[in-house]
Design a protein around this ligand. Sequence first.
Ligand code: 5RP
Length: 250
Amino acid sequence: MHVLAPPVIMASLEDLKEQAGIAACSFVSDGMAIGLGTGSTVRYSIIEIARMIREEGMNIVGVPTSEITRDLATKLEIPLIELDEANTLDLTIDGADEFDSRFDLIKGGGGALTREKIVALASRSMVVVADHTKQVETLGRFDLPVEVHAASLLGVKDAISSICPGEVLLRGGEIAPFITDNGGMILDCSFGPIIANPGHLEQEIREISGVVEVGLFVGICDAVVVASEVGVNTLIKPDGRLNSSGGVKD
Ligand code: 5RP
């Protein structure tokens, strides 16, 4: 007689994104002003925050990091404010294209890196949501997004090409370039396979005239909620701004 083994149900990448996105909302509490990131993983956090407002009566306001997130949050009836009205945010939840063992990030795969960095820097803490494929020992596998003023595109491309070992590509191509919410363009720069000193590279690129923002987030992220086949793990940066129970250190 054959005994059939129970089927092994593998979680899809979409399931993992949902698990991470929802789990990160354990950092959310009543009365918070929250930076709402951009992307397919943090989308689940935004949906969960809307549920917490609707079903648990939580008093939360959000600051969106992109027009896509503004539209989603508006549809979900999350009260929104402008960053200027908030001064300081309690928390930002956002996705990442890569995170490393020092909690440094590459962001901008969705093209929202400039507002994402402004909002994260205005926050008392930043929590990243990701599936396990985003975890690397050292940043650099993912091409580094750099937002550029459209009028400076060629000059910036030349300047970055002179320091970048790999290709520097205009996102969307020359005929139909991707345009950011700020009217800028994105150069995807192949600095990998490893970026040995992300902080130094960030400064070097920022000094190029015409660069709006660089998708390296160094020393900004305090925790990563990462989902894999074995479950959801919350990694708290030891010298970050969050304590082990998820509260902001005094
Ligand atoms: C947008 C971003 C995103 O957070 C990043 O690309 C991750 O997105 P996803 O969760 O869809 O993989 O930086 O600019």
